[in-house]
Design a protein. Structure first.
Length: 336
């Protein structure tokens, strides 16, 4: 009888003690962008890499995608060491950068077919894949249009379609929905979920924290070149000792809100009350106090800013996160 325990799956991405120092800048030793970063991303995961501007996200992504040279440490893709076998490792990666870096005077179909050709995909197979990816991106009707005529959202979707032409095992998305409206963004979420469900491991960087919370199962938060927290999304959010709710009020809120020990009340408008309270606090106490003051709650919903709260707690106080954290991004971190 074989009682051996199956070996754990090889990580899709394994980073160990990764360091990057840029010459010049602060002091003679240069600027340390990464200070011993270590993390693993499991095969099939949808993983968020979050951090404020200048935290090191883009440097980390640049090293993993072989666009930036590391100063120390190691990176492996599905067990293949990036330093020793760069070409083999890169064949497993698809990258969607922040910048729109395709030829605007080329047609989407040609962009995809030519890109696949660079990686050795035969033209006949590339044409089949291109139709599949353009249809998934809802761009097939634009296949022979000039790319410069596409809308901003279409161009973003074309970037994802191009990256998928090589059938990558690991897809890296660097701010893939930056600058597109919420309706298009949610459509892109659906596409990304389908890609992940089909078996592709995805690493996402984004300033839209709602996006990360909706899509990703695990995350790492990086600040000032170091990982300050990592783990399952649900487990990390469960550590928060404060809950937030939005109460829809029947009628108009009074000018002066009642004082409820332990809870913080803030009027968002005349009919919406923002409530923050300790997780251990009984919500019925809040309802009772409001009722005693003539405030009747018609409905309530949980606030969707839990990840924002965790993010702000763990990173620098001067995070440029936008007013809501779930719809207005900070400016993307420039690629170092």
């Amino acid at each position: 009888m074989n009682d051996s325990v199956p070996a754990p799956a090889v990580p899709a991405l394994s980073v160990r003690d990764l360091r990057k120092t840029y010459a010049g800048g602060a002091g003679k030793g240069g600027v340390e962008a990464l200070k011993g970063v270590s993390l693993d991303v499991a095969p099939g995961d949808f993983f968020a890499l979050l951090g404020p501007n200048g935290a090191g996200k883009s440097t980390l992504i640049g090293i993993v995608s072989s666009l930036v040279n590391l100063s120390g440490g190691s990176v492996s893709i599905f067990g293949t060491d990036l330093g020793r076998n760069r070409s083999d490792a890169m064949r497993m990666i698809g990258l969607v950068p922040q910048e729109l870096n395709f030829n605007m005077f080329e047609k989407p179909l040609d962009i995809l077919v030519n890109y696949a050709g660079f990686f050795g995909v035969p033209r006949a197979e590339a044409l089949v894949r291109a139709e599949e990816e353009l249809r998934r991106a809802f761009l097939w009707e634009k296949a022979t249009s000039m790319s410069r005529t596409l809308s901003g959202g279409m161009k973003r979707r074309l970037m994802i379609a191009r990256a998928m032409m090589t059938r990558p095992r690991l897809l890296i998305l660097d701010e893939p929905t930056a600058g597109v409206d919420i309706e298009i963004r949610r459509g892109m979420w659906k596409t990304l979920k389908e890609i992940n469900a089909a078996g592709t491991t995805i690493i996402l960087t984004t300033h839209y924290l709602e996006e990360a919370e909706s899509l990703c199962r695990n995350l790492a938060i990086i600040d000032k070149g170091r990982i300050v927290e990592q783990g399952p999304m649900k487990a990390l959010l469960a550590k928060l000792d404060v809950e937030g709710f939005l109460f829809d009020i029947d009628g108009q809120l009074p000018a002066t809100l009642p004082q409820i020990p332990g809870a913080t009340l803030l009027a968002q408008d005349d009919h919406t009350l923002d409530v923050e309270m300790p997780r251990a606090m009984d919500l019925n106490r809040v309802f009772a106090a409001l009722g005693d003051n003539g405030i009747r709650v018609r409905s309530m919903r949980t606030k969707s800013n839990r990840l924002e709260e965790l993010f702000v707690r763990l990173t620098s106080e001067n995070v440029d996160k936008g007013p809501s954290g779930n719809g207005t991004p900070a400016q993307p971190e420039p690629v170092a």
